[in-house]
Design a protein around this ligand. Structure first.
Ligand code: FES
Length: 487
């Protein structure tokens, strides 16, 4: 029987991005059966899957965890209770399979006996035909029973994956993700780059209410919000307080545009201010546990503290809605507000208002992406990049970062570690003395003959953004695939 796998599960098993498999389906290298791929075809394309999958999967997970600042130990294993339930479900499937196999076996034995009877009782052609069929059946049985079938590496890994994590499909979008460890369904969806509807993340507001179409959930966090009896009977659950016991199908609302995200005002606290280089600092703010910020990657916030106010791009991913990062340019490179923020101390209060802006990933595009940053234009691109990595929808992600000052690639090591860990990501630091906007566009065009097949996200000072946009458009790059932000 053909083993069919969803694209997410297949990508996870062979350790590649989902976008890579999508590309292979589009190019005809991999057959798709109603959005699924067969395990046999997958093994043909990735014969080393057994060796590579664990390495690839762990490697990507580690870099993402480091990038997004997650506490890995908390996420390694589901709770004993969830593990026991998943094992119970698998045992039940196994028991069902055994019953079916026993029935088939009894049926084949009966068939063989009848053919032998027909051969003995019949005459002429009928007896000869029964003898032929009997011999054929005996031969087939001998071949099947004598086969020392090698274990199917993908099937084994898939069984293991199903114990370690649950697969969730959202309706109507058909987006998919996995719930690992003790994560709630909402946490897992955010980590996968999906913008589900939610509010408090804390079981109070009911905004994350969604209907379970199939599968089983289990409460792992306290909730004050009370679902009505009618809602319970219809299968509604709170995504922020429940985890998935096994594979799930859920009907849930998702944001697709900045206009879907409500304006919020939150008082956050400074977690740290870390020097990144000359005149550059990383401001880390933390929201209260019960009042997190909902935003889309690439958006900005208005920060107010000590009488100073500035609108700054968020430099972290919506997958961590409590820990927010900002890149500050101060001293000669920045403004008074950012200089004042760089002097904040851990525990200081900062009022956040927003989020703002539509510099967000195109929800409807699976094209490869070129990111072009100048100086602290890297901040919103970092958020977009982390989001794109979580989504795994693009086959290639290429970052060009132009720094106008020495030491301006202030998170170059992070970019290099991404490039080392992810096969589909490349990083090209560019020093201003070796390049200007025109030269940079010429270089990108020379390195990507198929540049018009990409989306381009561009962020930096106004003069840089204008010059690069103009050069790109003059070269015939489609305006609809260019998204720019002045930082
Ligand atoms: S987000 Fe408020 S109850 Fe789940």
């Amino acid at each position: 029987m053909r083993q069919l796998l969803s694209l997410s599960r297949a990508a996870r098993l062979v350790g590649v991005a989902r976008g890579t498999l999508q590309q292979k389906i589009q190019s005809g290298e991999l057959a798709s059966f109603d959005g699924m791929v067969s395990g046999e075809d997958l093994l043909r394309l990735y014969p080393a899957a057994e060796l590579e999958s664990d390495i690839g999967f762990e490697r990507v997970r580690k870099i993402k965890d480091e990038a997004f600042g997650r506490r890995m130990r908390e996420r390694l294993l589901p709770s004993q209770e969830i593990l026991a339930q998943r094992l119970f479900e698998q045992s039940r499937e196994l028991a069902d399979l055994r019953v079916h196999l026993q029935r088939y076996h009894a049926m084949v034995v009966q068939l063989r006996e009848r053919l032998h009877q027909a051969q003995a009782l019949g005459s002429g052609d009928a007896s000869a035909q029964a003898a032929r069929l009997g011999a054929l059946l005996d031969g087939e049985l001998e071949a099947v029973l004598g086969e020392s079938a090698a274990p199917n590496a993908l099937a084994l890994m898939d069984d293991m994956l199903r114990v370690m994590s649950a697969h969730v499909v959202l309706r109507p979008s058909r987006h998919e993700f996995f719930v690992d460890g003790a994560d709630t369904i909402l946490e897992a969806a955010l980590r996968a780059g999906l913008a589900l509807n939610y509010g408090c993340s804390n079981g109070n507001c009911g905004l994350c209410k969604a209907r379970v179409v199939s599968g089983q959930v289990q409460k792992v966090r306290h909730q004050d919000y009370v679902l009505s009896e009618a809602e319970k009977q219809q299968g509604y659950t709170l995504l922020c307080s429940n985890t998935a016991v096994g594979d799930l199908v859920i009907e849930a609302l998702e944001s697709t545009a900045p206009s879907d995200i409500p304006e919020q005002q939150i008082v956050a606290r400074v977690k740290s201010v870390q020097a990144l280089g000359d005149g550059l600092s990383l401001l880390h703010l933390q929201t209260p546990r019960t009042n997190r910020l909902r935003f889309l990657a690439g958006q900005s916030l208005t920060l107010t503290a000590g009488g100073n106010s500035a609108q700054l791009p968020i430099a972290s991913c919506p997958c961590d809605d409590r820990n927010l990062q900002f890149h500050l340019a101060h001293g000669a490179q920045g403004d008074a507000a950012q200089s004042a923020f760089a002097g904040l101390k851990p525990g200081d209060a900062v009022t956040l208002f927003g989020p703002w802006g539509d510099f967000v990933l195109r929800a409807d595009s699976t094209r490869s992406i070129v990111f072009i940053a100048c100086d602290t234009g890297f901040a919103p691109l970092k958020s977009l990049l982390e989001h794109a990595m979580a989504l795994e929808a693009s086959e290639r992600l290429c970052l060009y970062w132009l720094a106008s000052q020495p030491g301006g690639h202030y998170l170059g090591n992070l970019c290099r570690s991404w490039a080392g860990a992810l096969d589909n990501f490349s990083y090209s630091p560019v020093a201003a003395e070796h390049s200007d906007a025109t030269e940079l566009v010429r270089r990108i065009g020379a390195e990507h003959a198929d540049l018009n097949a990409f989306d381009i996200y561009l962020a930096g000072p106004e003069a840089f953004v204008d010059a690069v946009s103009m050069d790109l458009l003059e070269r015939g790059f489609p305006r609809t695939q260019l998204v720019a932000a002045v930082v």
